[in-house]
Design a protein. Structure first.
Lengths: 474, 195
């Protein structure tokens, strides 16, 4: 319907008003990241600038100076009058906003509204200080913008030959390893060091950590005396640097007892080892973990638990045959598919096995990656999405050998290609094994007798083709 | 208040109570019908016209196989609508109560798009992935049956990608890779193994 003159003017006014409102909201949508540094400074990341603010320790609690905090984000006029403290902050292109606090009191005013601090306001040498925990909220209120406060990563050297890097939120750095060195590069996360630029350790394996930051690219460089590997834990909030697992001497390998689950470790603590020599390591990846339970085999039996138990049995059976094996996760932690592939490739195993379980079908399914074979050399750089293509022939040999062992134990089995992540990203021979219930009830999938038979088949199958699989120099 | 007024109030109260019960009944009926309609979405006939025989590769969980079968489906004239109707017929098989490869209730194909002549983008709904049984083989059977069924009925389609609610998803239900394009020729090799 054509609009009358009055109605069209009204519509135009509504459209113009909406556009102005949208423009105003858009302009305010600037994100400021504030990251606290554990020891003595706060680093603020904003679209316009990044800067650091020294922190004041008041009765063991970190405080930030209001002027230092706000000055880089606009103009500040602060004044202390006895115990009263007034600050006028003017954001670029905005109107002055007032903050009022009283020394020794936790109540004040921000933009005319009452504001309660978690601890008393502090004035020292005419400068006003607020608790660190309210800095992000204050910036958000003054700039009308989203603000986040991230505690700094914690470096924790908890036992010999293991370094824990803790982060306030999940991180996904690129990880490069070379003998005696692990380099973590953070491209997407604002990271600052809590411990300085260079931290030496007097440890037989880990000799130091160096932190550097340039143009927003943070890099942690861990140096050591032997090959090391990085593993993710706690949903990406923790990175554990350990020595790369040592090979088990084949001739002298004694049967190992079934390992109990360590409470808080992701991998069994490997021993630091002497100079890199080729070794044969099988890396076992029990799928899922943490909040990712995988398939619900029964309402009370998640896939993640079934495969972790099976992984320990496979490790035990391999050890009985003199083959070193390591678990990608040895507790109930969530690891993303990309993190699994990254950790697996960093460990440079001779063979990677992913373990799965399902409540549909019957018997054991052995998979290799569904990829077109490619004439790629494992020696050069491999494309991430099709890294496995260079190893398909060896992967197929292992799958065939494991299937033959399953057959010899009269376990129903199928060998198939599968589009299963992260197998395509693994730069080593790789198979996946999915166990379904044996003929009988679904609960039997977790029975020791069934799992032992499957684990023995896998271990025997690997042992049979071991000579074909090249040992890898870590 | 005389007796007549009291009787009138009693009659009105009974009528109000009856209407309230009737309204509650209607509300429940609408909810039930909506749920039923959502579950049977993939079973709805796609178009008018004579039924055409289409080839379906139907998965079976018990023996981990794909079986070739033919059903009659009324196909629309437009190519992408036809591809969608074929996939809905396949999902319809899986949604039946006696299905050898059950998938989540309400699973459906929202749309099929073509990139060039040989690449199909299949946009499924959230129920397709969210309620899909988790398992390497179970998920592979679903993906393989969709790709090979599409290729069997529209032979020009050589590559297939599956989206969920218009978005790329990492895996179907924790296992099968949904970030990649599936080559019908590769899947053909899998199907041979599964037959």
């Amino acid at each position: 319907l054509p609009l009358s003159g009055r109605r069209s003017r009204l519509a135009l006014a509504i459209v113009a008003g909406s556009a102005l409102l949208f423009a105003a909201l858009w302009g305010r949508h600037a994100i400021v990241h504030a990251q606290s540094v554990a020891q003595n400074q706060l680093t603020v990341y904003s679209p316009q600038t990044s800067y650091s603010v020294p922190l004041l320790d008041v009765n063991g609690q970190p405080y930030a100076g209001l002027v230092e905090l706000l000055e880089p984000l606009g103009s500040v006029d602060a004044r202390a009058d006895g115990k009263k403290y007034k600050l006028h902050f003017t954001p670029p292109g905005g109107r002055p906003l007032e903050l009022q606090f009283t020394e020794g009191k936790n109540k004040g005013k921000v933009r005319g509204n009452g504001y309660k601090l978690p601890a008393n306001f502090v004035v020292q040498n005419g400068r006003g200080y607020v608790p660190l925990s309210v800095t992000s909220d204050l910036i958000a209120k003054l700039l009308a913008t989203d603000t986040e406060l991230h505690p700094a990563p914690r470096l924790h050297k908890d036992n010999p030959s293991r370094l824990l890097l803790g982060f306030s939120s999940p991180v996904n750095p690129s990880i490069a390893t070379e003998p005696g060195r692990v380099r973590l590069t953070f491209r997407h996360e604002p990271i600052v060091s809590s411990v300085g630029e260079n931290v030496p350790y007097s440890d037989p394996l880990i000799t130091g950590v160096t932190f550097s930051e340039h143009d927003g690219l943070a890099e942690l460089d861990v140096t050591g005396t032997a090959p090391m590997m990085a593993n993710f834990a706690d949903g990406g909030r923790t990175i554990i640097i350990t020595g790369a697992p040592a090979p088990a001497p084949v001739a002298q390998a004694a049967p190992a007892p079934l390992p109990p689950a360590p409470a808080n470790t992701q991998n069994p603590a490997p021993q630091p080892r002497q100079p890199a020599t080729p070794r044969f390591l099988v890396l076992i990846d029990p799928a899922h973990g943490g909040s990712d339970i995988g398939a619900a085999i029964t309402p009370s039996l998640p896939e993640k638990d079934v495969v972790l138990a099976l992984a320990r049995r496979v490790q035990h059976e391999l050890a009985n045959r003199g083959i070193a094996a390591s678990l990608l996760r040895n507790s109930d932690v969530a690891i993303t598919l990309d993190q699994r592939a990254t950790s697996a490739n960093a460990a440079r195993p001779a063979l990677y096995i992913a373990l799965h379980a399902a409540n549909t079908g019957q018997g054991v399914h052995v998979f290799t990656a569904l990829l077109p074979a490619a004439n790629l050399s494992p020696q050069g750089f491999l494309p991430w999405d099709t890294a496995q293509a260079a190893y398909l022939e060896l992967s197929g040999s292992v799958a065939g050998s494991v299937a033959a062992e399953l057959e010899s134990r009269k376990l129903p089995n199928t060998t198939l290609l599968a589009p299963l992540r992260p197998m395509n990203n693994i730069a080593a021979p790789a198979i996946a094994v999915e166990i379904a219930p044996p003929a009988g009830t679904v609960d039997e999938i977790a029975s020791a007798a069934y799992q032992d038979q499957v684990a023995q088949s896998i271990a025997a199958g690997i042992t049979a083709v071991r000579a074909k699989l090249p040992e890898v120099r870590p | 208040m005389n007796r007549r007024v009291l009787v009138m109030f009693a009659v009105l109260a009974i009528i109000a109570l009856g209407l309230a019960f009737y309204a509650l009944h209607l509300k429940r009926k609408v909810a039930r019908d909506e749920q039923l309609a959502a579950q049977q979405l993939a079973l709805a006939p796609p178009a008018n016209g004579p039924p055409t025989p289409v080839t379906l590769y139907v998965a079976s969980d018990s023996d981990g196989t794909l079986r070739r079968t033919q059903v009659n489906v009324t196909l629309p004239p437009e190519r992408t609508e036809r591809d969608r109707a074929v996939l809905r017929a396949l999902l319809g098989q899986y949604l039946q109560s006696s299905s050898p490869h059950p998938i989540g209730a309400g699973a459906d194909v929202r749309d099929v798009y073509l990139l060039g002549d040989d690449t199909a983008i299949v946009d499924t709904n959230a129920a397709f992935a969210d309620a899909h049984p988790s398992g390497v083989l179970a998920e592979e059977l679903t993906v393989a049956s969709m790709v090979v069924t599409l290729n069997a009925n529209d032979t020009k389609i050589g590559r297939v990608k599956i989206l969920v609610n218009g978005q790329e998803r990492e895996t179907l239900a924790g296992h099968a890779d949904l970030r990649r394009f599936y080559e019908a020729s590769n899947i053909g090799q899998v199907v041979k193994d599964l037959q």
